[in-house]
Design a protein around this ligand. Structure first.
Ligand code: PLP
Length: 388
C-alpha cells in the first residue's frame, strides 16, 4: 500500500475537552451572553499582561476602533500606521473618522520604522499605531519617547503578539491602549474575539460603555435583577461585547498560554535550525533574551526572483498549506485611491512583499508535520536552485 502524504494545513486551532466542557457549562448556566465568565477572564488577562484594565470584545478590530475613540481620535486627525499590516489596522482609523498615514517598515523585522514615523509627523498627527508583525514587537520604547515628545497617543495593534516581550516590556505595557485579537488562527482563540487593554480607568469605563450600546449599566446586572431595568443612554454606542460562550473558550486557552507559546517556539527553532542553509532564503529574526516573538507567524523571504505564488502552489500539491502576510496596504485599491500617503514610495515593504511566505506554525502541529514542511520547502527551493 502506498503511504499517504502528510497534509499540513496553514493553521488549525488547538482545542481539547477543557474548552468543550467550559462552553457546555456556560450553555447550561442560563446566561450565555456577556457576564461573569467574561468578567473573570478579563481579570485573568489583565494579570497575565500586567495591565490595569482589560475589556473583552467581539473582535480585534472592535478593540482598535474603541482604542481610537476613547483616546479622542477623530475628524481631522492623522494616525501613522505601517503599510505592512492587515487592513483592520487602518480601517479602524477610517471608522474613527481620522486619516491613516501609511509609512514603511524596518527591513527584516518588518515592523514600523520609527524614522519614517518621525518624517511623517504633521501638526495633525494625533497617534501612532505600532503593529507587532508576526508576533515580533515593534520598537515601542523609542516610539513611546517620540510620542511623549510630540504629545501623541501610542496605540499597539497586538493582534499577533500574545505573548511577546522586548527589552522587558510586554504588549500593552507602554501604550495608551492596545488591541489583541482572538480570531481562529491567533495564538489564543475564542473563534472571534478581541481585547482592549489600557492603564487609565476613565478610558476603560468609557470603552465599556461604548462597547454595549452606550448604555450606562450592564445587561447581566439587569438580568440578575441587581439593577433597575431602567437605564440611560450616554453615548451613541456600538455592539462590541464578547459573550460568555466565547470567553469560556478563551479562559481555557489562557490557562494553556505558556504551553501553547512553548510549542510555537519549539517549531520556530526547528525551522530556523533546519532551513538556515538554504541559499538566498531569509529567515525571520530569531529570539534573544531581550526579544521574544509570540511566533504567531513564521514568515520567510524567499530567494530573490522566486515566483512565490508558483512555489506556494507546488507546496500545496505536496500537502503543505502556506499564506502571505501581508500584501502592503498601499497596494490595495481602496487605500491607493483614498490616501495620498499610499501613493508614496515604500522601498522596504515593496522589496519584501513578492518574497514573503508564511509557513505553518501552530501548536497542534506534530513533529512529523514540521519535518514534512521542512522537507517540502527544501526540495522545492533546491529544484529552483538547480535550474538557476
Ligand atoms: C495585524 C492585525 N490587526 C488587527 C486584526 C483584526 O483582528 P480581528 O480579526 O479579531 O478583528 C488582525 C486580524 O487578523 C490583524 O492581523
Amino acid at each position: 500500500m502506498s503511504e499517504q502524504p502528510v497534509q499540513v494545513p496553514f493553521a488549525a486551532p488547538f482545542l481539547n475537552g477543557e474548552e468543550i466542557a467550559a462552553v457546555t457549562e456556560v450553555l447550561r448556566s442560563g446566561w450565555i451572553g456577556t457576564g461573569a465568565v467574561a468578567r473573570e477572564t478579563e481579570s485573568r488577562l489583565a494579570r497575565y499582561l500586567g495591565v490595569e484594565h482589560a475589556l473583552l470584545l467581539n473582535s480585534g478590530t472592535a478593540a482598535l476602533h474603541l482604542a481610537l475613540l476613547v483616546l479622542g481620535v477623530g475628524h481631522g486627525d492623522e494616525v501613522i500606521v505601517p503599510t505592512n499590516t492587515f487592513t483592520a489596522s487602518a480601517a479602524a482609523v477610517v471608522h474613527a473618522h481620522a486619516t491613516p498615514v501609511l509609512v514603511d517598515v524596518e527591513p527584516h523585522r518588518l515592523t514600523i520604522d520609527v524614522e519614517q514615523v518621525r518624517r511623517h509627523l504633521t501638526p495633525r498627527t494625533r497617534a501612532v499605531m505600532a503593529v507587532h508583525f508576526a508576533g515580533r514587537m515593534a520598537d515601542v520604547g523609542t516610539l513611546r519617547r517620540l510620542c511623549d515628545e510630540h504629545g501623541l497617543a501610542l496605540i499597539e495593534d497586538s493582534a499577533h503578539a500574545l505573548p511577546a516581550r522586548r527589552d522587558g516590556v510586554t504588549p500593552g505595557g507602554l501604550a495608551d491602549a492596545a488591541a489583541f485579537s482572538f480570531f481562529v488562527t491567533k495564538p489564543l482563540t475564542s473563534a472571534e474575539g478581541g481585547l482592549l487593554v489600557c492603564h487609565r480607568a476613565d478610558l476603560a469605563d468609557r470603552a465599556r460603555i461604548l462597547s454595549a450600546h452606550g448604555i450606562d449599566r450592564d445587561a447581566f446586572a439587569r438580568h440578575r435583577g441587581e439593577r433597575s431595568p431602567h437605564y440611560d443612554v450616554v453615548a451613541p454606542g456600538l455592539k462590541y461585547n464578547m459573550p460568555d460562550i466565547a470567553a469560556a473558550m478563551l479562559r481555557c486557552q489562557l490557562e494553556r498560554s505558556d504551553a501553547l507559546w512553548e510549542r510555537r517556539r519549539t517549531i520556530a527553532a526547528r525551522y530556523v535550525a533546519e532551513l538556515a542553509g538554504l541559499p538566498g532564503l531569509v529567515l525571520p529574526p530569531v529570539d534573544t533574551p531581550q526579544d521574544s516573538s509570540s511566533w504567531y507567524l513564521f514568515v520567510v523571504q524567499l530567494p530573490e526572483g522566486t515566483d512565490r505564488d508558483a512555489l506556494a502552489a507546488r507546496l500545496r500539491a505536496r500537502g503543505i498549506g502556506t499564506s502571505v502576510h501581508f500584501r502592503p496596504l498601499h497596494r490595495f485599491s481602496y487605500y491607493r485611491d483614498e490616501l495620498p500617503s499610499a501613493r508614496a514610495a515604500f522601498p522596504v515593504a515593496d522589496a519584501a512583499y513578492p518574497r514573503l511566505l508564511s509557513l505553518p506554525v501552530f501548536p497542534a502541529m506534530s513533529d512529523e508535520d514540521v519535518k514534512a514542511v521542512i522537507a517540502a520547502l527544501t526540495a522545492e527551493l533546491s529544484r529552483l536552485e538547480v535550474r538557476r
